[in-house]
Design a protein around this ligand. Sequence first.
Ligand code: ADP
Ligand code: NA
Length: 345
Amino acid sequence: RPKRVILSGIQPTGIPHLGNYLGALDNWVRLQDKDTTTYYMVVDLHAITMPQDAKILRQSKRDMATALLACGVSPEQSAIFEQSKVRGHAELAWIFNCITPVGWLGRMTQWKSKLGKAHGSHADALLDTSTSTASLKMGLFDYPVLQAADILLYKASHVPVGADQIQHLELTRDIASLFNSHFKHKFFEKPDAISPPATKRVMSLRDPTSKMSKSDVSEMSRISLFDTPDAIRKKIGRAVTDSEPGVTFDQEHRPGVANLINIYSAMTNKTTEESMQDFGQLTSMQPFKQMVADAVITRLEPIQKEYARLQADPAFVQKVLDDGAAKAQVVADKTIKEVYNIVGF
Ligand code: ADP
Ligand code: NA
C-alpha cells in the first residue's frame, strides 16, 4: 500500500485561535502516523501577499512554529519548516504560472471577494475594468498557483482543507492535469481533500453565524490559544446565545448554544450526545458556559505550558525548522529536477 503524503500550511499572522486549533492544528497532530508522511509549513511566501514588516514577520514565524510544537506537531513524525527556506515552492509556481490561464484565477471566489472588499462594490462587475486591480498585488491574485506548487512539489496525496479552500484544491487538481497534458507527460497525480467534520468549525462568540477569525475586529469574538483562564471565562461568559430555557443542540435555531456545545465536545473529545448528557440537567446559560469555559481552560493548559517552555528555548525551535527544511528540500529538489527536465531546462 502506497504511503499517504499529506501537506498543509498555516500563515504566520496573528496568534492562533480556537478555530485554527480545531480546524487545522489539532487535525495536523491527529494526521501524523507511521503510514503517513506529513509536511507542515509556515507559509511566509503566502504571508507577503499582504503588506508585512520584516521584523514582525520573522517573530511571527517563530511564534507560529513554537505554537505548532506546543500543540503536539512532532518534529520526529513530520517535516516542520518555513516555506521560503525550500526554493522549489517559488520555482514550481513559476512553471505553473506559465501554463495556467489567467481566467482560472479570476474565477476564484476568494479573489473576487478581495476585489469586492478593495473597491466596496460587486466584484464581478469590476473584473473587466483596468483600474479595479490597481491596488491589489499580483502575488495575491496568484496565491492559488503557489498553493498548487506547495502541494504538488511533494506529490501530496491528501490535503486537509476547510470549506473555504476547496475551490483552491480543485484548481490544484486542474493544474496537475494541465501540466501533464501540456508537457505530454503523466507526472503529477491529483491530490484528494480531507475535510474536517462540520463540528470542528468554530463560530464567532459575538456572531455565531460567522466563523471565528483572526481578522474579526472584536477580541471578544475569539479565544486565543494563549488567553488566560480569566479571559477565557469572560469571553465565553459573554458569548451570544439566546433566551430559550435549557441546553439543546439545534444548529439552525440556536447557533450560539450549538457552537458552545461543539467547542465543549471538541475540547473533551466527546460526541455531541455524550456532551448533551453532561449538560442534561442544566436550566440556565451561566452554569453551561462555566462548564464550557472549564473544558477549554483544561485543554489549553498543557499547550500553554509547553508554549512557554519552548519560547525559552528558541535554539531548539530553530533547529526543528532547519531540520524540517532539510527534510523537505530533498523531496522538493527531486521534483524540481524532474520537472525542469520535462520542461526542457
Ligand atoms: P483566519 O480566518 O483566522 O485568518 P486562516 O484563514 O489563517 O484563519 O486559517 C488557518 C487555518 O485554520 C485553515 O486551515 C482554516 O481552515 C482554519 N480555520 C480558520 N478559522 C477557522 C474556524 N473558525 N473554524 C475552524 N477552522 C478554522
Ligand atoms: Na509519519
